[in-house]
Design a protein around this ligand. Structure first.
Ligand SMILES: [Zn+2]
Ligand SMILES: [Zn+2]
Length: 284
């Protein structure tokens, strides 16, 4: 598995390759701007050039852009919904500018609407944006923990989303291990992992999977509370991650960690941990 991190862009895109190198990241995820606002900042051309040369030189791939936090592509509030669709279209363009083949988005939150209605709104938002921005960027929907009014915590819901997308080549799925566990898929146990993957294969299919988010969970199985934790130190645990990173159905996918980050050492510790769990001989 190619391991990597979500890398902070606060010091500019030109600094990203070095931050990735220090963490031994072979694949990365990032935002294109401050994720906590609606403001769209320009990306200086010189910064993009240095960024692209840097990641290319280090052989870092694939590149994943993550949507900012505020948009909700399933919002029942029309003004908010339209604003969110605009944000999705803008990020599709920015992904191409930054050389990212994939744009990751959470499935969204339903507010007072039903799950079925919300999924329909999300499908329309994605179809509209893919039609409006005709480039090579694939939208990747990420499973959620099912916290509050979040939708997209069951594989059956993700199946409905995928089935509704007109351009099947530009839609994919990200499996976040913490979110899946919090939603009730027991990835800490070998039989739970097998059951989860069997359901994923049956409802979604591994051809749709583009990456894993390798986060441990600070909250127990089925908590529906989204708290990421250091690899091996949460409820999924070392054994759980050992099974995940060595599983024949998963080991060739990129694995991005979104583990808690205060100092660089935190990331390096998580990288050392996940690397140490890769078995030199087949486990399955
Ligand atoms: Zn995630
Ligand atoms: Zn999360």
């Amino acid at each position: 598995m190619r391991f990597g991190f979500h890398i902070w862009i606060g010091e500019g895109f030109s600094k990203v390759p070095e931050l990735a190198r220090k963490r031994r990241a072979r694949t990365i995820q990032f935002f294109s701007r401050n994720p906590r606002t609606w403001a769209v900042s320009l990306i200086p051309e010189e910064e993009v050039k240095k960024f692209k040369v840097g990641v290319e030189t280090l052989g870092i791939k694939p590149l994943f852009l993550h949507m900012p936090y505020l948009p909700n592509l399933a919002s029942p509030r029309q003004d908010f919904y339209l604003k969110s669709i605009d944000a999705l279209s803008i990020e599709l363009e920015r992904a191409e500018i930054l050389g990212a083949r994939f744009l990751i988005t959470h499935i969204g939150s339903r507010g007072e609407a039903s799950e079925a209605e919300s999924i329909e709104r999300l499908i329309k938002a994605i179809n509209y944006s893919l039609d409006r921005v005709r480039n090579k960027v694939t939208i990747v929907v990420e499973n959620t923990a099912g916290q509050g009014k979040q939708i997209g915590y069951k594989f059956s819901q993700i199946k409905t989303v995928i089935a509704g997308i007109e351009n099947g080549e530009r839609i994919g799925v990200c499996l976040d291990t913490a979110h899946a566990f919090q939603a009730g898929y027991d990835l800490s146990q070998r039989d739970g992992l097998e059951k989860t993957l069997e359901e994923f294969e049956r409802l979604i299919g591994f051809d749709k999977l583009k990456l894993l988010h390798l986060n441990d969970s600070k909250t127990p199985l089925g908590s529906r509370v989204d708290r990421h934790w250091h690899v091996g130190e949460g409820y999924i645990g070392n054994e759980g991650f050992k099974n995940i990173v060595n599983h024949p159905k998963l080991f060739h996918f990129p694995g991005i960690m979104e583990t808690p980050y205060k100092r660089e050492e935190d990331d390096i510790r998580n990288m050392s941990k996940i690397e140490s769990l890769v078995s030199p001989t087949p486990l399955f």
